[in-house]
Write a protein that binds this ligand. Structure first.
Ligand code: ADP
Length: 569
């Protein structure tokens, strides 16, 4: 295309060059003709036809010369014999132009010869002289005459074309590779792209692009693994956690968060705005408003935190929030019911313990005071009060022992040494321990636990379990009862025991609370027997430490039955 354009341009130049040359020639001819007419007085003498003599000696082959009067009448025409009858030439384009500018030209096909003529007219003082020559600048002729030029052009463009093709091949290799890379990167199926690029600028750029892409991809992959870890971590958390944009739109949260928020709002909450409007979040809401709605606070230097606890239907939630430097924020909701209940329980327990300790202490003090204030007192009375004080001090010791035992089981269970223990040996020891009381109360003691009922446990705790149960039966069951211990079942993991007596049993309404610390059915009676109210609590905790469960029920025929399991391993 470029070659054709150049040739066309060259053709046009050739054409206009020929035109200029032709015009120059024709101008000369008109000049010569004018001179010839004037010098030979052809017009005055009416010898215009003598112009043929001039034409014959002109170097140009067969020029057409026309002499036209100022009015347009043809005075002579070298091509037409009967020129006097020719039509008026006043309006011929070349004449009109000559009238306006002194000279004018026009190219048109002659009606007489059907050849293309170049007409050139010039205005002289008394007439126009028009000269015309065949205008033969055709493409064919041009091509014919310019073969050398065309050959040169074609060869030149072939060479340039070849160079272009070579350069393009080189460039397109890199570009094709880059395209392949882009397509694969676009569809994300890229694992590693290690094509070698040529060592040119494009190759270096491509190499760099791929390097940057690979780095980005690696970072992205690393990030998504980290993100996944974070998500899994968030989901595994016991806390509800959510992140919000500064516009209070939730950007990330775990399942627990939605669950918890819905727990303490009346209607179903799905959006963050709804959540913040719920009454439990009032404090959070005003905290956020204080920091998010003004630009005055500089969040770069300090991180505002909010931490408070709300309670909802016997449950306690700790709400914790941090506002980050970009004004996005995090809300963490933790169910602290257990902790809170434990805290309250501990509080209650402490006051219970204080109360329980106070009773024997003030008794001891009372007895000692009586002795001192009434000194000297008869020896018998002295002994009586001292015995009473001693009994209370025993009670105090028992109480303190029980309290510290129960605390140890609860807080430092792992400190109890576990080893293979035969339950039969324990029950035997307990029987030994209470034998005189058992005899005294005429209690029938039936122990059906078989030898080699071996579990992995702590000897002294297991002893406490049976000791407390038997002691209670002795203390609350009354005389002539029967105590029955048996291991009624075993499976792969547990031994299942039943401990029962045939005493008075425990009133139904007290059963659910019987394992609580310091819980007694009959406070007065318990005090007489020296019970601390901790016996069954110890039983329960010790069984739990052996991965077992304990429950209690009244026997249909009277008396209580404790059912419990103890883990073998
Ligand atoms: P305590 O040290 O007062 O005996 P426990 O925790 O051992 O405390 O027992 C709690 C209460 O359960 C006792 O006060 C008693 O009223 C009742 N109790 C426990 N065992 C028996 C039983 N075998 N028969 C009847 N009542 C019992």
């Amino acid at each position: 295309m470029f070659t054709i354009t150049v040739l066309a341009f060259q053709y046009q130049r050739e054409k206009s060059y020929k035109r200029a040359r032709l015009e120059n020639t024709l101008d000369n001819i008109t000049e010569i003709t004018d001179k010839f007419i004037r010098e030979n007085h052809l017009l005055e003498d009416n010898h215009v036809s003598d112009l043929a003599d001039l034409i014959s000696i002109l170097p140009e082959t067969n020029p057409r010369i026309t002499v036209i009067s100022k009015e347009g009448k043809v005075l002579y025409d070298s091509f037409v014999k009967d020129y006097s009858s020719m039509e008026n030439h006043y309006n011929r384009p070349e004449i009109m132009r000559a009238r306006a500018n002194g000279s004018g030209a026009n190219i048109r096909t002659s009606a007489t010869t059907s050849q293309e003529f170049y007409y050139y007219a010039r205005l002289f003082p008394h007439y126009y002289i028009r000269a015309a020559l065949v205008f033969d600048v055709t493409v064919k002729d041009f091509l014919k005459t310019s073969t050398q030029f065309i050959t040169f052009m074609v060869v030149l463009f072939l060479v340039i074309g070849l160079i272009l093709v070579l350069v393009t091949i080189k460039l397109s290799y890199t570009i094709t590779k880059l395209k392949d890379f882009a397509v694969r990167a676009g569809s994300n199926e890229l694992v590693a792209f290690d094509t070698k690029f040529p060592a040119n600028e494009l190759g270096i750029i491509s190499g760099q692009i791929i390097q940057i892409y690979n780095n980005l991809k690696k970072t992205k992959d690393d990030l998504s693994t980290e993100k996944e870890k974070l998500f899994n971590h968030l989901d595994a958390l016991d806390e509800g956690i959510a992140f919000f944009s500064p516009q209070k739109v939730m950007t990330l949260s775990n399942g627990k968060f939605i669950e918890m928020v819905n727990l303490f709002s009346k209607k179903e909450v799905v959006s963050a705005t709804e959540m913040l409007e719920s009454s439990s979040f009032k404090k959070l809401h005003s905290f956020l408003s204080a920091y998010l709605e003004t630009d005055a606070v500089d969040l770069e230097s300090r991180v505002p935190k909010l931490d408070y606890t709300v309670s909802k239907e016997e449950k306690y939630f700790r709400i914790y929030s941090i506002i980050f430097a970009d004004r996005s924020f995090e809300v963490v909701v933790t169910d602290v019911t257990r902790l809170e209940k434990r805290r309250l329980m501990k509080q209650q327990l402490t006051s219970n313990i204080a109360h329980e300790l106070k009773t024997p202490l003030s008794s001891i003090r009372g007895y000692l005071e009586t002795i001192l204030e009434n000194w000297p007192i008869p020896e018998e009375k002295q002994k009586y009060f001292l015995e009473k004080a001693f009994f209370q001090s025993e009670r105090l010791t028992a109480l303190i022992n029980d309290i510290s035992l129960i605390n140890n089981i609860e807080d430092a269970g792992e400190l109890f040494e576990m080893k293979q223990v035969d339950i039969k040996k324990i029950t035997n020891d307990v029987y030994e321990y209470f034998s005189s009381k058992i005899e005294h109360n005429k209690i029938e003691f039936i122990d059906e636990v078989k030898l080699n009922t071996v579990i992995n446990g702590n000897e002294s705790l297991l002893f406490s379990v049976f000791q407390n149960l038997v002691e209670n039966s002795i203390n609350y069951g009354g005389q002539g009862i029967r105590i029955h211990i048996k291991c009624y079942h075993r499976d792969e993991r547990y031994f299942y025991f039943s401990y029962s007596d045939t005493g008075g049993g425990i009133p139904k309404e007290h059963l659910p609370r019987i394992f609580e610390r310091f819980y007694r059915v009959d406070k007065g009676r318990s005090r007489v027997t020296g019970g601390t109210g901790l016996g069954l609590a110890i039983v329960k905790n010790a069984i739990h430490l052996h991965n077992g469960r304990v429950s209690v029920k009244n026997r249909p025929k009277g008396g209580v039955e404790f059912l419990f399991s103890l883990s073998i391993k």
